[in-house]
Design a protein around this ligand. Structure first.
Ligand SMILES: [Zn+2]
Ligand SMILES: [Zn+2]
Length: 347
């Protein structure tokens, strides 16, 4: 079968690889029909593979269920579903607490499309066929009537934006929200869109990127042009989203006393970025950081989409054909989706 593979730094090409097989009664085999590019993907490609085989790409997808093991119920062959991008069992104590991105049965960072991070190749969604273990836990059925292309990014970047605001708006209903967006624009825009959907007060997106500021209005937020110097005000809920350590310091200054600052960033270029702990302590700022838990979050976010409250497609800026993926996967776009022809007929 064909698999979009990163074979060198900046090099993406189709490779012929063996088809995966059902191995356990709880497995499913799926055929991805729409795949979104995550904010992390261009960085993974830029750095390149760690082995001569390269690594499979793609981890945000809507898939067609092609075959299931005898122990899998509720996932009919021929139905559409969204796989968790993190491989997880759904049954260990950590998964049961909802922390499915830290499943105890798998090594840390066991994800599709990210072999260099975990050292294990689980396959990638830009393939003809993918094995999904623990299918009942890892596959969320796509609600009827939803365009698969519109929700291709939900398994990662959409749930990532959502979880950066949802718990904080539950404890502070109607609060104003600031998204400090100095990179990874789709996650920041999904956070803003989620805050609007969840009934936040005024939702502000601060950025130095004209396209992000324009798109902020499209998702119902107020744009705030900034160069991330000085201070623009203080907010009770702040999302830090990006790649610039100076942007993080600006977001800290923009968090009000006893407010919450939720960081969705890894700061790969400088993971030793200093933190002003004295300021966080003195002002009682609740600093949160960590990965989204895909399997646990997928059903509630898909529910919001099904109710028409969340429209992830508003953030999509490019839809390219499956056959164009090798040439176009790394082109500039806020949110790029690769779709098979059949995906457009499946809503
Ligand atoms: Zn991702
Ligand atoms: Zn688990």
């Amino acid at each position: 079968m064909n698999q979009l593979t990163c074979t060198g730094p900046g090099v993406v090409e189709w490779r012929e690889v063996p088809e995966p097989l059902l191995q356990e009664p709880t497995d499913a085999l799926v055929r991805p029909v729409a795949v979104a590019r995550c904010e992390l993907d261009p960085l993974l490609v830029l750095v390149g593979p760690t082995t001569a085989d390269g690594f499979a790409l793609g981890h945000e997808a809507v898939v067609d269920v092609v075959a299931v093991g005898e122990g899998v119920t509720g996932l009919p062959v021929g139905s559409l579903a969204l796989p968790s991008f993190q491989v997880c069992c759904g049954e260990c104590p950590t998964c049961r607490r909802g922390h499915t991105g830290c499943c105890e049965r798998y090594p840390v960072l066991s994800d599709y499309g990210m072999q260099p991070l975990s050292g294990h190749e689980y396959g990638g969604m830009l393939s003809d066929l993918v094995r999904v273990p623990h299918a009942a836990a890892m596959l969320a059925p796509l609600p009827a009537g939803i365009d698969p292309v519109a929700v291709a990014s939900v398994a990662d970047n959409v749930v990532d934006g959502y979880r950066a605001v949802a718990p904080h708006l539950r404890s502070r209903p109607g609060a104003d929200v600031l998204v400090a967006c100095h990179g990874m624009p789709s996650i920041g825009l999904f956070a803003a869109q989620s805050a609007v959907a969840l009934g936040a007060g005024v939702v502000t997106v601060a950025s130095d990127d004209e396209q992000v500021l324009t798109m902020a209005e499209l998702v119902g937020a107020t744009p705030l042009r900034t160069d991330f110097a000085g201070r623009a005000g203080r907010w009770p809920i702040v999302v830090d989203c990006g790649v610039d350590p100076g942007g993080l310091q600006w977001a800290i200054r923009a968090t009000e006393p006893e407010g919450v600052l939720h960081c969705v960033s890894y700061y790969a270029s400088d993971p030793t970025v200093p933190m002003p702990l004295g300021r966080l302590y003195t002002l009682g700022i609740d600093f949160r950081i960590g990965r989204a838990h895909s399997a646990a979050l997928l059903p509630e976010v898909l529910g919001l989409v099904a109710e028409g409250r969340l429209r992830p497609s508003d953030v999509t800026t490019a839809v390219v054909g499956w056959d164009e993926a090798a040439e176009r996967f790394t082109e500039p776009a806020v949110k790029l989706v690769v779709a098979r022809e059949e995906a457009h007929r499946r809503s």
